[in-house]
Design a protein around this ligand. Structure first.
Ligand code: SF4
Length: 420
């Protein structure tokens, strides 16, 4: 899948870190791993212990000879604690470039590239509540995803932008996922289950510092998105009961809501921070890349919803996810990295001046996405983007506590909050 001479067409990791000596080397490596993916050696796979590490069953070589189910670690950490959410997976190469290799060198798990031995990594541990069942008999781990410091609940994984053919976001692979039936506010059994999971999670001392909730977009209801909002309110109240506090560190990643809906979320639940993802910081590219979002809400209204949320949740407690680099997808994206960087950072500056932070992820060309065959930007671009977004956040004095390197770990720009 990779292009044979891709290495000679862009700066290497070493050259990029020499070009930007103040940029943390491990964050540059983390970005590059995310950009290019990782492949196990058989020896490295022997180090995966599903009894101790956080793994999920993944079908590899799907639909091909050799198809099998493996326990795949859902992320790893570098030696300084920097978290990477890159799936360590065997059969999903990114288009254009070769993946890094995870191998065993002198008894340690090490990243290797082109025969050069790089950093040591370790897999995340699974939490104590995994393996337990709720009073309804539901396996607790089936109700959540976890990161080293947070528990994520996903009441409804189905995103309804996909209901209309061609309306899903073009970089997104989620339409191929099936994760159980859609939960509604009448599913009392589910709400009891997540209350019990949250109660167990907080018993593990020193493990979790935040709850997190995310679901697919659902614009049905009396007013658009009422169904989605009502589901979150009930789900967050159920989780919040486990802590017995009015407010707990709780982040919601959700659709763009009206002021009235945002007020309900803030006033009726323990929620403290809200993310709604503009994804692409350019109106014209947004319309092309996220057609469902553009049709149902629109770029300007999406922005306005972020600003409304700042009035309710406070500056720095609202952020927008970005799919970093997707603005360069072709044929309608920016034609050069210079042009893209300038435009994206100018728009980020304008939005941040209203009190909104950003959480950027590295664009990956997933197998089931419309953009699967696209070439993603250079590492040089991603380093400049992460640094530029971090500078914009600092310029306006915004925090990013619930999406930072500790609680999330999926965003190169918020990793830099560590050196604020
Ligand atoms: S909103 Fe876009 S990115 Fe998110 S799940 Fe739906 S289609 Fe995918």
């Amino acid at each position: 899948m990779s292009t044979e001479n891709w290495r000679s067409n862009e700066l290497s990791l070493k050259e990029v870190t020499e070009k930007y000596p103040d940029f943390p080397k491990l964050i540059a490596l983390k970005i590059d791993v995310d950009r290019r993916g990782i492949r196990f050696t058989d020896e490295a796979y022997k180090y995966v212990d599903p009894g101790f590490h956080y793994t999920q069953k993944v079908v590899v070589h799907k639909g091909e000879p050799g198809q099998k189910i493996l326990d795949i670690p859902q992320g790893f950490a570098f030696r300084d604690g920097t978290v990477s959410c890159t799936d360590v997976i065997t059969d999903q190469p990114r288009a254009y470039r070769d993946p890094y290799t995870l191998d065993v060198v002198e008894g340690k798990l090490r990243l290797v590239d082109n025969d050069e031995v790089l950093e040591e990594i370790s897999f995340w541990e699974k939490p104590d509540f995994f393996g337990k069942k709720t009073s309804n008999g539901t396996l607790m781990e089936s109700l959540v995803d976890v990161r080293p410091q947070r528990v994520t609940f996903t009441p409804n994984p189905k995103c309804h932008f996909w209901d209309k053919p061609g309306n899903g976001c073009k970089y997104c692979s989620f339409h191929s996922e099936t994760r159980g039936h859609e939960i509604t506010v009448g599913d009392e059994r589910y709400f009891q289950d997540i209350f019990e999971v949250a109660s167990e999670a907080v018993k593990q001392k020193g493990r979790f510092s935040q709850f997190h909730m995310v679901s697919g977009s659902d614009f049905s209801g009396e007013k658009p998105f009422d169904t989605e909002v009502n589901l979150y309110i009930k789900a967050m109240q159920s989780v919040g009961k486990a802590v017995k506090e009015k407010k707990v560190p709780f982040k919601l990643v959700a659709s763009s809501f009206s002021k009235e809906q945002l007020k309900r979320l803030y006033e009726e639940t323990p929620l403290t921070t809200y993310t709604t993802d503009l994804e692409v910081l350019n109106e014209e590219k947004f319309k092309w890349i996220c057609p469902g979002k553009a049709e149902v809400v629109g770029y300007q209204r999406w922005k306005q919803s972020l600003y409304d949320a700042v009035e309710i949740f406070g500056r720095g407690n609202v952020d927008s996810g970005l799919v970093g680099g997707v603005e360069l997808a072709q044929p309608y994206g920016f034609l050069t990295e210079e042009e893209a960087l300038k435009a994206v950072l100018a728009e980020a500056d304008e939005i941040a001046s209203h009190g909104v932070s950003f959480a950027e992820i590295v664009w990956k060309t997933g197998k089931y996405s419309y953009f699967y065959k696209q070439k993603t930007p250079s590492l040089d671009y991603y380093v400049q983007l992460a640094q530029g977004l971090a500078d914009v956040r600092r310029k306006y004095g915004l925090n990013i506590y619930t999406d930072d390197f500790r609680r999330c770990g999926n965003h190169p720009n918020t990793d830099l909050a560590r050196i604020d």
